[in-house]
Design a protein around this ligand. Sequence first.
Ligand code: SAH
Length: 237
Amino acid sequence: MRTRGTGRLGAAAGDDSSAGAPRDRYLGARRGMVERIARGGVRDERVLRALNTVPRHRLLPDALGHRAYEIAALPIGEGQTISAPDIVAAMTEALELTGSETVLEIGTGSAYQAAVLSHLAERVISVEVIPSLASRARRALDDLGVSNVIVHLGDGTRGRPNDGPFDAIVVTAGGPEVPQPLLDQLAPGGRLVGPFGPRGEQLLCRFRRLESGEIQREELGVCRFVDLVGDHGWVPA
Ligand code: SAH
């Protein structure tokens, strides 16, 4: 299953108003969120610009739109959450994107991370295991006019061997350890960022495939994510 949108996020992104009304009533709130994230240590201007462009309120259930620019994870249904924007920013920065990459994302969820990545990479392939979330994410990305993200339904811990190798991989759910198939699908020089470790508290890690083929591992900090399930993740509770 796959879908494509109709165009990259353009100047009208976030414009949910009719003629005469303000273009985006959340513009100020979104700027405030980005300023807090910058003060928190995210320096990459391209990442900050992408966060300033993506209308996070349009990727949340309607009743939560007014909370979209809080630095918080929020429920999106099916027991899942949209990741907090500061961790999305930190993970995106850690991927070191320059604009030419093909990125694999595991855990589409609300599609917020995917929409942010759409501004920073050539192409994003995102995998979601829960059917209702995958179809809602596709619709949301279409509504935003994002054209360079493909959403697949399936177990992302197996990766997408036929679409790889990938310049960057981001895992947005917490697994016991990094799925080996994902490391195998990392291109030379490629980075994989994700949370791994026990349920309840994981270490955000970056794996880099050196040109020699060797994998280098760095620890970026402690975090807390919903479960990564599947063949190379947790058995669903
Ligand atoms: N990137 C998302 C984060 C959503 S939370 C966002 O920006 O909103 C993590 C998501 O990972 C959930 O939607 C969950 O269903 C999904 N997930 C968990 N295990 C998965 C797997 N094996 N393959 C694909 N998606 C998975």
